[in-house]
Structures are given as C-alpha cells and as structure tokens.
Design a binder for this molecule. Structure first.
Ligand SMILES: [Zn+2]
Ligand SMILES: [Zn+2]
Length: 213
C-alpha cells in the first residue's frame, strides 16, 4: 500500500508528494518547497511519521519543481534523480528562477543525482517506480509509474482535463501529444494519476474527458 501526501508549494501551486509504504521508506517527488513554512511542513510530516527518505525524484527540471532541492540535500543528503534529457534545464535553474519569479535562486546542489532513462526503475521499501519517458512539456519529462498500486505521477505532462504547456524551452506540442497517446494506451484505465499541479485524476477519466485526446 502507498501512502501519498501532497504538499502544495510556491507561487506556482506546485504539488510535492511524499510517498511511503508499510516499510516507512519514502520517496519525495518534485520538491518545490520554497519558503521556510513549506519546508517545515514536509520535514515535520517525515519526522512525525518516522519516514526514511530514499530518493528525491524529479519529474522534470522546471524551477517550480526544484526550489526545495537544497533543503532536501541538506536535510536528507539526497540529490535529485531526473531524466538525462533534462540536465540542460537543470543546469539553468537559476536563470529559470529569474525569468519566472524576477529573483534569483542559487542552488548548492549543482550536480544532480542518478540520471534516468526510459524503462529504468527506482526502488524504495517494497515498491518500485518505473520511469516512462514522456517528452513534450520538456525533453526529459517522465511519468513515475508503480504498477503494483496502479499509481502514476505525471509531472506537468498530464493534468486533470488538461496537459502541460509546450511553449517553454525544449517544449514540443507534437511530442507531448504523442507521449499522452502512448501513456494512455499503455497504462490500465484504473490507474490513478497525480499531476504536478491541481487535483488527481485517472487514465479512464482523461481518455473520456480530456479535450486533448
Ligand atoms: Zn514544468
Ligand atoms: Zn510545474
């Protein structure tokens, strides 16, 4: 069983998730925690539930999903694990911060952790996430998919009744449509999907109601 706790972070209302199982190991997905309050909320949850963070997983390297990297590295010693095609974006997080927020962001976590490819798996506790490459919103955007629990984290590729923008650097409309077509036919319809912004959804609901399909 997975326990999924959502923390809404920063001015972009980004969803950071802490996902744990019965072993009390956990992964942190997309830590966008920017303020002290946001960071304390996540740290308190992990401490109060006796969780042991094993990975910081990053669905893609946009700044709104990475404001909290320093905090996670300092607190738990974890560097962000991300797809290798987003390393270029990762190296320019501070430029992204200036562009999107008007103020800089100096990360001390210059080097990412493990670089991922399509089909890789990331294990924690008695579960694992399969990495499914879904380029389009960014070149290295991924779905994190736990087949045992029919649960997926979609980053900014798929939102409830919508999809991610493709007008940012490295974005590609045709590729995101291709990714969405592929992912919705590959995953079971009762897969619950947790996006990088907004409420959760399911593959079935998106196939029925998402205007982009
Ligand atoms: Zn994004
Ligand atoms: Zn985002």
């Amino acid at each position: 069983m997975l326990n999924i706790k959502k923390f809404v972070c920063n001015m972009f209302q980004e969803n950071c998730y802490v996902v744990s199982d019965e072993t009390n190991e956990c992964v942190i997905i997309d830590c966008g925690a920017r303020s002290e309050t946001e960071r304390n909320g996540i740290a308190d949850y992990i401490r109060d539930n006796g969780l042991k963070p094993r990975h910081l997983l990053c669905t893609h390297a946009h700044i709104d999903h990475n404001f909290g990297n320093d905090f996670i590295f300092t607190t738990y010693g974890l560097r962000p694990t991300l797809h290798k095609a987003d390393v270029c974006l990762y190296e320019r997080l501070s430029e992204q911060a200036v562009y999107f927020t008007g103020s800089g962001y100096e990360s001390s976590v210059k080097q990412p952790g493990t670089l991922l490819e399509d089909g890789d798996t990331v294990a924690f506790g008695c579960h694992e996430f399969k990495i499914i490459s879904t380029p389009g919103h960014s070149p290295g955007s991924v779905f994190l998919y736990c087949s045992d629990e029919k649960t997926a984290f979609s980053g900014d590729t798929l939102f409830r009744m919508s999809m991610g923008r493709t007008d940012l650097e490295g974005g590609d409309y045709d590729r995101i449509i291709d990714s969405l077509t592929r992912i919705t036919s590959a995953l079971p319809e009762d897969t619950v999907v947790y996006p990088g912004h907004g409420p959760k959804t399911s593959i079935r609901d998106e196939k029925l109601m998402n205007p982009f399909f």
